[in-house]
Design a protein around this ligand. Structure first.
Ligand code: ADP
Length: 192
């Protein structure tokens, strides 16, 4: 099993690259953002609970997302591993993920951070908001809050993996294919 965390600020392009990686390496793509948006779309009790937080660019409580991921890890998968996208977003979540994986004799092989300059992030998110209709992509104040929350609460997660010597970073200022090539080279290095 090969389990990888794709990391980076909002708008860094994690979803796009994670989908390509899932196809190329036969991995199960787990995106907490996608799971939560699905719950909101269904207007489930959980969806109703998290809507105000997500629309305001705040994080959903750790316990909520840890439980969601725990359920996904327990259900059967016939792939070669997991790609985590948008999770873990706090050090607390990273610790919980390590514990849940250890319970199944699994571990994270590496975290790969996608690096994009801040001005470019804001531009990409505003553009995405025009087509996706995502409330959190359509408001400049919410976008700025998400970047602030990322810098304060999420960025320390990279240090957590760095300490385990499981961290790499690639630029995502180029094209989708250029970035994917950088990720593929990194995965080859990890697996060699
Ligand atoms: P982006 O990376 O563009 O911010 P995501 O789709 O990953 O978008 O997440 C959208 C929103 O869902 C986040 O702003 C946050 O409110 C919530 N969310 C997603 N994953 C987590 C998580 N692991 N912990 C807490 N909140 C989360």
């Amino acid at each position: 099993m090969f389990n990888i965390v794709l990391f980076g600020p909002p708008g860094a392009g994690k979803g796009t690259q994670a989908a390509k990686m899932a196809a190329e390496y036969n991995l199960t793509h787990l995106s907490t953002g996608d799971i939560l948006r699905e719950e909101m779309k269904r207007n489930s009790p959980l969806g109703q609970q998290v809507k105000a937080l997500i629309d305001g660019g705040e994080l959903v409580p750790d316990a909520t997302v840890i439980k969601l991921i725990g359920e996904k890890l327990k259900s059967a998968h016939n792939t070669d591993g997991f790609i985590f996208d948008g999770f873990p977003r706090t050090v607390e979540q990273a610790k919980a993920l390590d514990e849940m994986l250890a319970g199944q004799n699994l571990e994270i092989a590496s975290m790969i951070t996608l690096e994009v300059e801040e001005n470019e992030l804001v531009a990409r998110l505003m553009l995405r908001g025009e087509s996706s209709g995502r409330a959190d992509d359509s408001n400049i104040e919410v976008i700025k809050n998400r970047i602030k929350v990322y810098n304060q609460q999420t960025a320390p997660v990279a240090e957590y993996y760095r300490q385990q010597q499981k961290h790499a970073a690639v630029s995502n200022m180029g094209t989708i294919d250029q970035t994917f090539a950088l990720i593929a080279a990194e995965i080859q290095r990890i697996n060699s």
